[in-house]
Design a protein around this ligand. Structure first.
Ligand code: ATP
Ligand code: MG
Length: 139
């Protein structure tokens, strides 16, 4: 059992499709062990995506991620990081496989509906950035 960190992004909360995304998560045997609906501040979003600070899309990304509610989640299951990346699909929905969240729901390379951690080490950092251990309930 391991954990990953997920964000359902503003394009999805705005379209009221968070339930459909959660169904796809649960259908893939990941358990949502923590979840909250929040609005990211500019500072919080910039800290979260600090690795992309020098990318040309950074300012647009921060504007988008702070444009509406997001759902932050901790997902638990077998190989959680790898499994969730598989279910999410490619960053650009044009390249995402059939049956993935991004193929079904993403609008474009930026408004791509979900985030998932890309390594166990980053999952731990990202979970701790949003959740106290006492908020994660796995039974
Ligand atoms: P995430 O980190 O959100 O799970 P990812 O790991 O698939 O997505 P990253 O390369 O880490 O992709 O990019 C982070 C986010 O920045 C993307 O999910 C997307 O919202 C946005 N993004 C990435 N590349 C571009 C781009 N070329 N143009 C616009 N936005 C982009
Ligand atoms: Mg990433």
């Amino acid at each position: 059992m391991s954990r990953t960190f997920s964000i359902i992004k503003p394009d999805a909360t705005k379209r009221n499709i968070t339930g459909s995304i959660n169904n796809m998560i649960e259908d893939s045997n990941l358990i949502i062990v923590a979840q909250k609906r929040i609005k990211l501040s500019k500072e919080k979003a910039e800290g979260f995506y600090a690795v992309h600070r020098d990318k040309p899309f950074f300012n647009d990304l921060i504007e988008y991620m702070t444009s509406g509610a997001v759902i932050v989640q901790v997902l638990q299951g077998e190989n959680a990081v790898e499994n969730y990346r598989k279910i999410m699909g490619a960053t650009n929905p044009d390249n995402a496989e059939e049956g993935t969240i991004r193929k079904k729901h993403a609008l474009n390379i930026q408004e791509n509906s979900v985030h998932g951690s890309d390594s166990d080490a980053n999952a731990e950092i990202e979970i701790n950035y949003f959740f106290d251990e006492s908020e994660i309930i796995n039974n």
